[in-house]
Design a protein around this ligand. Structure first.
Ligand code: GLN
Length: 471
């Protein structure tokens, strides 16, 4: 059968008896294997996907199927799935099999989604191009010479290549939204605390959030509604019910702000700038109030993010020591050697760079100058970001300064870090943010527009942008 592009179509099909979940799953598995040259999947879960599909078909017959029956999902290789391998695309976790499932995985399965495989990503979710994986780079399905973005590059590519309806990724500084922009799909980072992080291999715990990538906002929303909500196993998980925080009702005219500094930034591709400005004009013409506001701290966002995120990463990654699980060096002779060699052999260059940076900013002599100062700046960024939502319903920015670049094209790590200039703010402030595939560059590649809303207005944001941007 032809694999339906969206869950909206597939869900309707299986409910009306037009197709079985088993047939959908076979079509998805066949596509996942057929796109092997893009290196999207580290592993396709043929057996468990088939078993789940059969169970869902039985539930459809019995009239007891859950809301995601017919939805084919991929999961990023940093989400734990009981009895399945998981490795954050790192050698240090080579051969590790998870003994439990992440809350999001449990909820997907309970809602009758089928999980077809784990997707390649940057090692420990550190990167913007998916070139930092221990298992090789991922190719952008729209142009295999280009990167898919990162760190959820495999996730974005799995959707763009039509192997599944929705991918779960994680976003610490833009890793859902930037690859969504590069692959021409929707990517949503929820409010910090809206989706449980239980079972997510941590990168920077005060920034990480799990979220969906999909072809349409409504598909992303369907999965978001299943995975979001309180979880007692994550003590940063919000107890507020879904939908409790919202903006104006459907059809209302909205107050939309954009940051002057983002559109005036010299590094922003002129075609992306023109597209954003034209969009703002269109919104104005439709009767929404559109105003420019200031973001004087734009240049401080990336440095602040990289100080705090690397500090948290160096602490989170201390557990990978060659003793408790994962790679242990065969050359090691004593305890010190085991730590040193296992970590030297197990981690890739970008992860090592971040562990060194993070250890430096946390070290006794530099803690106050970097880490503590970074925390203060983060508070100012958060306050400034939240202030905008006193007066506006939405804040709009470009998602990324450019379209997808070529493999090996960005060699300087700092230039790579600047990929995140528009996306890290939402993680520093903890607000929800979505990238919508609204543009096509004269070079033929897609790019996105980003919308942010106030904390916990996630479901409202999804509904609002569905109305605003999808014809
Ligand atoms: N590109 C950013 C980084 O390398 C963001 C990564 C992410 O969101 N996981 O840290």
């Amino acid at each position: 059968m032809e694999f339906p592009r969206t869950f909206s179509e597939a869900g309707a099909l299986v409910r009306s008896g037009g197709a079985t979940v088993a047939a959908l799953t076979e079509a998805a598995l066949a596509k996942a294997h057929a796109t092997n040259d893009l290196n999207i999947y580290l592993e396709v879960f043929d057996a468990s996907a088939r078993a789940q599909a059969a169970a869902v078909d039985a539930k459809i017959k019995a009239g007891t199927a859950g809301p995601l029956a017919g939805c084919i999902v991929s999961i990023k290789d940093n989400l734990c799935y009981k009895d399945h391998r998981v490795g954050a695309s790192s050698r240090i976790l080579e051969g590790y099999t998870s003994i439990y499932s992440a809350t999001v995985v449990e909820r997907l399965l309970a809602a009758d989604a089928v999980i077809i495989g784990r997707t390649n990503c940057d090692e420990f979710a550190m990167g913007s191009s998916n070139e930092n994986s221990a298992y090789g780079l991922v190719r952008n399905p729209l142009d295999p010479a280009k990167v898919p973005g990162g760190s959820s590059g495999g996730a974005a590519a799995s959707v763009a290549a039509g192997t599944c309806h929705v991918a779960l990724g994680s976003d610490t500084g833009g890793s859902i939204r930037q690859p969504a922009s590069f692959c021409g799909i929707v990517g949503f980072k929820p409010t910090y605390g809206r989706v449980s992080r239980y079972g997510l291999i941590a990168f920077a715990s005060s920034f990480d959030q799990i979220g969906p990538l999909a072809h349409t906002v409504s598909d992303a929303e369907a999965v978001h509604r299943v995975i979001a909500g309180h979880d007692e196993r994550d003590n940063t998980s919000s107890q507020r019910p879904l939908g409790a925080v919202h903006g104006p009702g459907p059809g209302s005219k909205l107050r939309i702000a954009y940051y002057r500094e983002t559109v005036e930034r010299p590094g922003l591709d002129p075609a992306i700038r023109d597209h954003v400005m034209a969009h703002l004009e269109r919104l104005k013409a439709e009767g929404h109030a559109v105003e420019a506001i200031e973001l004087p701290m734009l240049d401080h966002l990336v440095p602040t993010y990289y100080i705090l995120a690397t500090a948290e990463a160096s602490s989170n990654l201390a557990r990978f020591d060659g003793i408790r699980y994962g790679h242990r060096s065969k050359a090691a002779k004593g305890v010190d050697d085991t730590y040193r060699l296992s970590r030297s052999e197990g981690f890739g260059p970008e992860v090592k760079r971040r562990i060194l940076l993070g250890t430096f900013v946390l070290s006794a002599g530099y803690y106050d100058a970097y880490y503590a100062q970074g925390q203060r700046v983060r508070r100012l960024i958060r306050d400034n970001t939240l202030q905008a939502f006193d007066r506006y319903d939405l804040v709009l920015t470009p998602t990324c300064p450019t379209t997808a670049f070529g493999h090996g094209e960005i060699k300087d790590p700092v230039a790579m870090y600047l990929q995140d200039i528009f996306t890290v703010q939402a993680n520093l402030a903890g607000v929800p943010a979505i990238s919508l595939p609204t543009g096509t560059h004269p070079n033929g590649l897609p790019f996105g527009i980003q919308l942010m809303a106030k904390p916990l207005a996630d479901e409202w944001l999804l509904e609002a942008c569905d109305g605003l941007f999808q014809a």
